[in-house]
Design a protein around this ligand. Structure first.
Ligand code: ADP
Ligand code: MG
Length: 487
């Protein structure tokens, strides 16, 4: 065996790499307001070019589907009403949706203009090929880190070619281009200028990022802001709580922010979990009322909005299950031709609702390692694996069943060559690394809004196969990039 692969590499190179990461904003904020570099892999993952190209073809179709589903308010309300009863947060979102869009008897048309910024996450299963893990329609972050990871591996290749090549799986592999940061900003900036133009206003457009109060993932957010500033957009950040007393309406449903003026784009990096709407200081008689109404208020204005309440519902785990269980022909309702629908269906992994029958079936007739149990939670920590599934199912009350679903468990290829994972400037050898591939897309009012036909770029997160969850921010994941080989 190559001795390089049994001994770790000089610490000086690791320090160089960590300093590159910090200098380029690939970091998290710590409680004492210092930065800690984001954990990363020293060498990229490999994928067959044809698999990647297939995903590039399918992902914009998925985005078109989600975009159209999210504007089909009757369908959202009728298909998701059971989940609303089973999950209190989902119920709150459905109430907001009804406030914004009315009911079948009386439809309302809030003035917001949908800006869909989506990350579709895939795993390349050994047996079944690349399949979707989930859709992320709200707060789908880390496009900046994704682009930076590709740049970081280019830095390694240039600066430490011997090390890079030693740890690369296939010497013929070439990097997959990644403009995630630039193209996402392009999509946002283009939408912002369109909204400005709707008001015949030629001033610099304004982008409002709604953030959580004690956010530690601030550098990923700032990288996006800096790119937007470069592309001619003014950026501001506020929490829901700050916004609850700083917003007002101008002429023609213009959204106005105190001391700033008109807002053209609202981008939510908060609002995907109940706690984001919880404001103990406000002493509310109904929990979460004020901050959820703040979100609704923004939707009632002529502003490019990501995520709309509808987009959040359309990218939920339950909607993923419904779309998976539906015959391809039914996608015609959302303007997909049959061959487009079949392409989308080809990357959706089996999902099953939780019922007393499916629980029986799971407990007696299937291999527990072949399934994952998940609820509507976002942001990591909501999935149950293997033997724990039966235990979790036995604890559910029947009225909670509709909040959960079983999903076919995917087993991606493990990397053939070991990799060095770097965390807190320490290197560890990982011999069984697997990767999750997130593809970003941007659509404004149902149309692609990047220079790459709606596609923006990618985020690769890798983890040891033995770890269940691979979030970089919340789990055991490391930031990674992608190289392609011709098979
Ligand atoms: P979240 O909204 O919390 O990100 P995900 O559906 O992405 O929820 O699940 C979190 C993590 O759990 C994923 O990043 C992946 O590592 C793992 N996971 C989820 N679903 C599957 C699956 N079907 N097969 C294998 N791993 C999965
Ligand atoms: Mg996820």
């Amino acid at each position: 065996m190559n001795p390089m692969l049994t001994s770790l590499i000089p610490q000086q190179i690791i320090e160089d790499a960590c300093e590159w990461a910090l200098m380029h904003g690939v970091a998290f904020r710590q409680a004492d307001n210092t930065a800690r570099h984001c954990p990363f892999s020293l060498a990229p993952m490999t994928m067959e070019r044809k698999v990647y190209e297939h995903l590039l073809k399918v992902t914009p179709l998925i985005t078109k589907l989600i975009s159209n589903v999210s504007e089909d308010h009757g369908f959202l309300q009728s298909s998701l009403s059971d989940v609303a009863k089973a999950d209190p947060f989902f119920g709150r979102l459905m109430e907001l949706h009804q406030q914004a869009h009315g009911s079948a008897v009386e439809r309302l048309n809030p003035a917001r203009q949908p800006l869909l910024l989506m990350r579709t996450d895939f795993m390349d299963d050994r047996q079944h090929g690349a399949k979707v893990i989930e859709f992320n329609g709200i707060a789908a972050g880390m496009a900046p880190f994704g682009q930076r990871a590709t740049e970081f591996h280019a830095f390694m290749q240039n600066q430490w070619p011997n090390v890079y090549n030693d740890w690369l799986e296939d010497p013929s592999a070439t990097p997959a281009e990644n403009q995630g940061l630039k193209q996402l900003a392009y999509g946002i900036a283009t939408s912002a200028r369109k909204v400005r133009a709707d008001f015949n206003d030629s001033d610099k457009p304004t982008f409002l990022m709604v953030v959580q109060k004690n956010e530690d993932n601030v550098y990923d957010q700032h990288l996006l802001e800096i790119e937007l500033q470069k592309q001619g957009v003014r950026t501001v950040r506020r929490t829901f709580e700050q916004l609850s007393c700083q917003l007002s309406s101008g002429d023609n449903q213009r959204l106005l922010l105190k001391d700033v003026g008109a807002v053209d784009v609202v981008y939510l990096r908060a609002g995907y979990q109940y706690s984001d709407y919880w404001a103990p200081e406000l002493n509310e008689s109904v929990c979460c009322h004020t901050l959820s109404q703040t979100r609704l208020f923004m939707e009632q204005h002529h502003v490019a909005m990501n995520a709309t309440i509808s987009q959040q519902l359309a990218t939920s785990k339950t909607m993923q299950m419904l779309l998976t269980m539906m015959p391809a022909a039914e996608y015609a309702r959302w303007d997909l031709k049959l061959e487009e629908a079949e392409l989308v269906k080809s990357v959706l992994a089996d999902m099953k609702p939780i019922t007393s029958e499916s629980i029986d079936w799971f407990n007696t007739q299937t291999d527990k390692q072949e399934w994952v149990l998940k609820n509507q939670g976002e942001g990591g920590g909501h999935c149950v694996f293997g033997d724990d599934i039966s235990e979790q199912l036995s604890q559910l009350k029947p009225e909670e069943y509709d909040a959960w679903a079983l999903m076919q468990r995917l087993y991606p290829h493990e990397r053939d060559v070991p990799t060095i994972a770097v965390r807190d400037t320490q290197q560890t050898l990982v011999t069984d690394l697997v990767s999750e591939v997130g593809l970003f897309t941007a659509y404004y009012k149902g149309e692609p809004v990047t220079e790459l036909g709606g596609y923006a770029g990618y985020l690769i997160r890798s983890k040891p196969a033995s770890e269940n969850e691979g979030g970089i921010h919340s789990g055991k994941g490391i930031l990674d990039s992608l190289v392609l080989i011709n098979s």
